[in-house]
Write a protein that binds this ligand. Sequence first.
Ligand code: ASP
Ligand code: MG
Length: 422
Amino acid sequence: MALIVHKYGGTSMGSTERIRNVAKRVAKWARAGHQMVVVPSAMSGETNRLLGLAKELSPESTTPELQRELDMIASTGEQVSVGLLAIALQAEGMQAVSYAGWQVPIATDMAYTKARIQSIDDLRVRADLAAGKVVIITGFQGVDANGNITTLGRGGSDTSAVAVAAAMKADECLIFTDVDGVYTTDPRIVPEARRLHTISFEEMLEMASLGSKVLQIRSVEFAGKYRVPMRVLSSFTPWDIPIAEESKSGTLITFEEDEKMEQAVVSGIAFNRDEAKISLLGVPDKPGIAYAILGPVAEANIDVDVIIQNIGHDGRTDFSFTVHRNDYNRTMELLKATVVPQTGAASLSGDPKICKVSIVGIGMRSHVGVASKMFCALSEEGINIQMITTSEIKTSVVIDEKYMELAVRALHKAFDLELAGE
Ligand code: ASP
Ligand code: MG
């Protein structure tokens, strides 16, 4: 008998019919003798609908007072889900009980709309499990020290599930979703993309942060920190497939790197269209210039990703960086108003139509020439690279957005990823 956490995404919970299917699947696991904790998302589209209502009344919800109410509203989607799933399980003849985050409780900090989980008290849940009940806990929400409801950021149910699994030392956390695993890249762009049997947690972390939307990045961080065994799999298989088969499907996030290193240098291609590039040309090349430019940006709470500073000429240099596209206009205004006059930069330019394409693989640590192979593949397609950044296990390039699909396909082919996985 094992303690298993199942997480079901919004699509899997999208209708009462689908919820009935989830209930049957969970009941199958419980009847096989496992202790089951289930963490569902809101029904698909529900969180958007709820937040849309709030937006009709107040388009810019930036104050803490307004954000508190956003969490109050958005968290209800998950509350409906857990109740419906408990009813569906009871209709299957199972004992089941649902809890909101504050009832467990799942304690978070006070950062409304992007709170972080601090602790989970599993006493109540353990007692229910011991009494033979399936326990269903809301994804996405928690409670702060003052009893206010908080939410964990969009896609946060993944993190709820992994955090519950970590707190309860579950044997496995299964993330049921509308794709059947983690792919070498988005199959909508590269039809030859392959499902990976395993991916190391570090690679998954990069893939998640670079734009693969399969898992919320914080859930992967959690899994890594607490070494939670985690699998991403489809909720669209027949609910009654044998557990032995189901437990081997999808993609397992692993912590052993060695076996993987033998297999592939590059495991996946990630891409991200959410960034915009900003350049300050002809800034004085002197100590403190990076701080003079990026200090005010940081103070305005704008995240910066790729940063490049050129070699100086005649006492001047060029400085470029990327920000989230949503922050583009705000950053340009800020630079125009303060940084350009203060630094004496010759000019300011920006381009919101860029994208970042990355190759990811822990095998890159032990192989040379991986980045140059990437550059070669891009040059053969005539794609101009505007910025480059690397880490131990990834190389990213910033290119014109219109070449994104071409670049992803070329790289997928160059690294033989159509042969990856099974
Ligand atoms: N319902 C929330 C959202 O749509 C959380 C989740 O689905 O993971 O972002
Ligand atoms: Mg999700």
